[in-house]
Design a protein around this ligand. Sequence first.
Ligand SMILES: *Cc1c(COP(=O)(O)O)cnc(C)c1O
Length: 432
Amino acid sequence: MLEVSYEWDRLAPPRSLREFETHWSRRGDPHSFSGVWRFHALLPFAPRGDCVTIGEGQTLLQRSDQVARYVGLDAGRLFLQYEGMNPSGSFKDNGMSAAFTHSRLTGAKKAACASTGNTSASLALYCAVTRLMRAVIFVGSGKIAYGKLSQALDYGALTVQVAGDFDDAMRRVKEVSQQLGIYLVNSVNPFRLEGQKTIMFRVLEALGWEVPDWIIVPGGNLGNSSAFGKAFRELLELELIPRAPRLAVINAAGADTLYNLFEHQGLRWNGGRPDPLLIRQYYEDMDRQQRRAETIASAIEINRPVNLTKCLRALDTCRGVVREVTDQEILDAKAQVGAGGLGCEPASAASVAGLKRLVAEGVIGPEERVVCILTGHQLKDPTATVAYHTTDQDLFDKVLGSRGVRRATFANRAVSVANDLNEIIRAIELYG
Ligand SMILES: *Cc1c(COP(=O)(O)O)cnc(C)c1O
């Protein structure tokens, strides 16, 4: 795995984070408008004028007292960083703008990725808007939410459905890219992580440059968590923050490689030498038992996270913890996020479900200031949402019951009435 590293003493890093505020008055300049490139001084791997932007990173940090109550935090202590507001509806656009910036320097004509959906949606969108490359997308068959697949198709990407899951598609896309010389934008790509650092810069910006106590993020391929750790490591190195926040990475229980290795087998960054034997044995056991990732949170349905060791470093920098949550906990948390006013896709709600666990365990105190990353938009996976709230037991069983979800704790059920004015009025008076 490669990593971007900077010789800061030969560059001009900012002396204070407040310097970035000057961009707010220059929003007519696309690079000052971009939520990624207004932080260019902290990811200066390409000349500022060459950086690719389609207006990513116009995101929102929303205080949510309703969700705070649900997880057991005091009012005013929980903030939801809503990355669903990106142009393709997920945080992936942060990284895609950086990957496109690098790929343009290489002159690549085609770009590929294996994807659980959001990376492909983002790649397809950047290709459609910029016309810099042609998108080739590998998805596992039946393993992609319709909201995301519809984006790749609509934006005109060449979409290859591989008979298998994400881990299979990932292996193939690496082979194909190497053989055909296609630019690979999966999160093995270190430039994507540079763009994703800016999620943390925007969180700090929204908090008046104050460091929160905790950052909570779902973990799939672990690119995001790795990027966050790198962001804080560099901010510490540049003495732009006094301390790093703590980091909690949340796995789905059906795709919990990091959780098992970190919390049960004691795998650590270990000064840059994590024990390769622990990892190899874990994967060999997984193959022998033919264990496959399985969760309603398709964006984190990944058993072989490519950024595993980078994430260990992030956990080291941020005194991190890892937890796993069931699909039941994920969907209940998702319903609470929706009822609180933002809405997100299942994988995103893992952060809130994980927070609830950490508060119950006493790891996070009710007075601590916490930011949960809502990684993707509510409309990415309408099937999961409708199945949760439905009155149709067959639909519930098919989509959710098959994954061990027993009840829709916070279901908001539609009321069926005859096409009759009086009955409709009576229903509204009864339930309204
Ligand atoms: C990609 C994705 C994740 C997982 O992020 P990683 O960087 O792969 O750990 C989580 N949620 C959503 C919505 C995603 O699209």
